[in-house]
Design a protein around this ligand. Structure first.
Ligand SMILES: Cc1ncc(COP(=O)(O)O)c(C=O)c1O
Length: 386
């Protein structure tokens, strides 16, 4: 038999999603893969029930149903101040996972390089390699996760660099980039003529006083920013696989082609039902933020009571916990033992860092109070069991 493609040789399967399987195997409270265990807004699920009877049940337009794109454009304008043409500047995708892959395939040629902040959401490394490019990592240094502007410039100015990926707010470190930091990134992108692909899936999950700034709305950034985003986290519908790309018409024209042949389109009935959510008033987003602030406070105060060392997030729904006191050489082994002996699932931090970091693990806290209490109760035994 001839050899299979070498395209997948540069990365493993997703460790995050593998840890969900480990959690299931040991009956652990799964705080590894980030998804809520509470219901989506009732208005959205009620609408889905109606749609089951009346449709749509057939393909929508490949780049997304008209009313869904119109609602998306209005929401984006409301929060970012950017006026978006729903016909020429949006493609609806199967989650922001497809959005990112389609963006990377649109931007990169084999031999190009892509700058990624480390720690990073693990898809970016694989997406870069699958699109034929090579990642270059720039550290965000724990515990504050700031970057050195000179190191960033040294990376960005390499001639083969085509794009930078910005995850803001960041998974896994919970960093919310400040206006000043985004200005540094924007200035470098313009100076060295590169694209910035943003992943803003946690745009509405922020803890006071942190605020989200849309990089694309900064002067001169609209034409070189490709926004990847999703409804997964904002409306607690990670299984619906609804995401989108927003960019200039020139870029969107290319994204449409990639998307058309990758997936044809997102699920028509789900787009129709989720349109209700895109039209929610500001009250919904305030409520979402209050809910996440409650979950974050509950979880981090529990970790504090147990005496664990961690970095409190500014946004998104993850906490990185320092495990040095337990004396493990491998964070992967630690997470396996944590699931098996303590009964809580986490993700080894090394899957997010390019640098040799294996003293951090990631928990997520998008869970009901009872789930978080159960996890904290089990974690209170951690020093006895590990
Ligand atoms: C930073 C980031 N981007 C993208 C995704 C995947 O989003 P989607 O469900 O829209 O594919 C996740 C999921 O955890 C994430 O944390």
């Amino acid at each position: 038999m001839k050899n299979l493609s070498t395209r997948t040789a540069g990365f493993t399967d997703s460790v995050i999603r593998r840890m969900t399987r480990v959690s299931m195997k040991y009956g652990a409270v799964n705080l590894s893969q980030g998804f809520p265990d509470f219901d989506p807004p009732k208005e959205i699920t009620d609408r889905l029930a109606e749609i089951a009877g009346v449709g749509p049940h057939q393909y929508a337009l490949t780049w997304g149903a008209q009313n869904f794109r119109e609602a998306l454009a209005q929401k984006q304008e409301h929060f970012s101040g950017m006026k978006i043409n729903p016909d020429t500047e949006i493609v609806v995708t199967c989650g922001s996972t497809e959005a990112m892959m389609a963006a990377m395939m649109t931007v990169c040629n084999p031999g190009d390089k892509v700058v990624i902040f480390s720690p990073f959401y693990e898809n970016y490394g694989a997406d870069t390699i699958l699109s034929g490019a090579e990642p270059i990592y720039v550290p965000l240094k724990p515990p504050t996760f700031e970057f050195d502007a000179n190191v960033l410039e040294d990376a960005v100015k390499q001639p083969q660099v085509k794009a930078l990926i910005l995850c803001n707010p960041s998974n896994p470190c919970g960093k919310v980039f400040t206006y000043e930091e985004l200005t540094i990134i924007a200035d470098l992108a313009k100076k060295y003529d590169i694209y910035v692909i943003t992943d803003e899936v946690y745009e509405h999950i922020l803890y006071e006083p942190h605020q989200h700034t849309y990089l694309a709305a900064l002067p001169g950034m609209r034409e070189r920013t490709i926004i990847c985003n999703s409804l997964s986290k904002t409306y607690s519908i990670t299984g619906w696989r609804l995401g989108y790309v927003i960019a200039s018409p020139e870029i969107i024209d290319r994204v449409k082609k990639v998307h058309d042949f990758l997936t044809v389109g997102a699920a028509a009935p789900l787009m129709e039902a989720a349109t209700v959510g895109l039209k929610f008033s500001d009250e919904y987003y305030k409520g979402l933020q209050a809910h996440y602030t409650h979950m974050k406070n509950l979880f981090v105060s529990g970790l504090r009571d147990i005496g664990l060392t961690f970095t409190e997030p500014q946004g998104a729904y993850y906490v990185l916990v320092d495990i040095r006191e337990f004396g493990y050489e491998s964070d992967l082994d630690f997470c396996e033992d944590l699931a098996r002996k303590v009964g809580v699932g986490a993700v080894p931090g090394s899957s997010f860092f390019r640098e040799n970091v294996n003293h951090l693990i990631r928990f997520h806290f998008a869970k009901q109070d009872a789930t978080l209490m159960e996890a904290l109760d089990r974690l209170s035994e951690i020093r006895r069991k590990l």
